[in-house]
Design a protein around this ligand. Structure first.
Ligand SMILES: C[S@@+](CC[C@H](N)C(=O)[O-])C[C@H]1O[C@@H](n2cnc3c(N)ncnc32)[C@H](O)[C@@H]1O
Length: 292
C-alpha cells in the first residue's frame, strides 16, 4: 500500500506531502549537538505550514541555533522567505512575533540564484524535498559542501548519479523511517521505504552489525554473472567470507564504513541484473568485509 503511493507520487509528480512533527522529532533528537551557533535553512517548505519550521522555531533556544531561514516555493510567481535570528521583540520567547518576512525576486525554487545564495550562507539544510526532484536535489546538496539532513525515498539512493555518494561515504542513511505524511487537504497518506539521508556524522554509522552466521556453499549460492555470493538478508551476512557478497539495499540502513566496503550496485559482469539459476534477486548491493 505504502509503496504503491510512492510510485504514484513519483509518476504524477505530486510533491505536496508534509512531514509530521513527531517524525521530525524522532530523527532530529539524534542530531541535537549539531545546531549550536549554526544557520539552518529549510529550502523546500511552506514555512507557514511546515512542521520543520515549527520544530526549529520551538527548539531555537534549546538547540542554540544562530539563525533559521525558510524559503517558500511558488510555481509561477515571486515568493518570500522567513527568518528568525533571535528574540527580537525581547518578550522572552521565540515565536511568530520574531519572524521577519522578506519578498524574494524569484519563485523560491531551491535551484534559483536567490536560494543558492542563502544555501551558500547557511550551515545546515534540513527539509523534505520534492521526491520528483531528488536526482537534482541531492547532488546540489553534496556539491554545496554544506551539512544536510533530508527525507528521501530509499529508492532514490540507487539512482546512477546518487549511488556513488553512498558508495564513497559522502552521504548515508539516518535513523528512522517516516511512514505517514499529511496532504494539503489534511488527510494522511502512507508511504513505504522512506528514509532520512544525511552527511552529518551520527553514532549509528559507527555501530557494527552483529553477525553470527558462517559461510557454507548450500545457503549462499554464487551468482552466475559475478563472483559473489547471494545473501538474502543483512542479518545473514557470513562473518567468515572474504569475497564479494550481494545484500539487499536495506543493508544501507545499517552500514558502518569501518565494517564493510561497498563495491557496486546490482549489475553483474555482463551489465545485466545479478542472477543465479533462474533467480534474479531484487536490487542487490555488492559489499565485502573490510580488512582490519
Ligand atoms: C514533499 S513536500 C514537503 C514539504 C515540507 N518540507 C514538509 O515536509 O512538510 C515538498 C515541498 O517542496 C516544494 N517544492 C516543489 N518544488 C520545489 C522546488 N523546485 N524548489 C523548492 N521547493 C519546491 C513543494 O511545494 C512542497 O511543499
Amino acid at each position: 500500500m505504502g509503496n504503491k503511493n510512492l510510485c504514484k507520487a513519483q509518476k504524477v509528480k505530486n510533491d505536496e506531502f508534509y512531514t509530521q512533527l513527531t517524525d521530525i522529532e524522532k530523527e532530529l533528537k539524534h542530531y541535537s549537538d549539531h545546531f549550536k551557533n549554526k544557520i539552518v535553512f529549510c529550502n523546500c517548505n511552506d514555512p507557514e505550514e511546515s512542521n520543520f519550521w515549527k520544530y526549529f522555531e520551538l527548539n531555537f533556544v534549546k538547540l542554540g541555533i544562530k539563525k533559521l531561514i525558510s524559503t517558500h516555493y511558488e510555481k509561477d510567481k515571486p515568493s518570500y522567505k522567513l527568518e528568525i535570528s533571535g528574540d527580537i521583540n525581547n518578550d522572552g520567547v521565540i515565536d511568530k512575533l520574531d519572524i521577519i518576512k522578506t519578498p524574494l525576486k524569484q519563485n523560491g525554487d531551491f535551484r534559483s540564484e536567490e536560494c543558492i545564495e542563502i544555501l551558500n550562507q547557511c550551515d545546515i539544510v534540513v527539509t523534505n524535498p520534492p521526491f520528483s526532484l531528488m536526482k537534482e536535489y541531492i547532488p546540489l546538496m553534496v556539491n554545496s559542501g554544506k551539512k544536510f539532513l533530508i527525507i528521501a525515498p530509499l529508492n532514490s539512493i540507487t539512482y546512477q548519479n546518487i549511488f556513488p555518494y553512498i558508495k564513497n561515504n559522502k552521504i548515508w542513511i539516518g535513523y528512522t523511517t517516516p511512514k505517514i505524511f499529511t496532504q494539503p487537504d489534511k488527510t494522511t497518506k502512507a508511504f513505504g521505504n522512506i528514509i532520512w539521508v544525511t552527511n552529518i556524522d551520527i553514532k549509528k554509522r559507527h555501530e557494527k552489525i552483529i553477525l553470527y552466521k558462517k559461510y557454507n556453499e548450500l545457503d549462499y549460492p554464487k551468482y552466475d554473472n559475478y563472483d559473489a555470493i547471494e545473501v538474502s538478508q543483512t542479518k545473514n551476512i557470513p562473518i567468515d567470507y572474504d569475497g564479494h557478497m550481494g545484500v539487499p539495499i536495506s543493508f544501507l540502513c545499517k552500514h558502518n564504513p569501518n565494517q564493510f566496503e561497498i563495491i557496486r550496485f546490482r549489475i553483474g559482469n555482463d551489465n545485466k541484473d545479478l542472477k543465479y539459476g533462474s533467480t534474479y534477486p531484487f536490487q542487490r548491493i555488492i559489499i565485502k568485509h573490510k580488512q582490519s
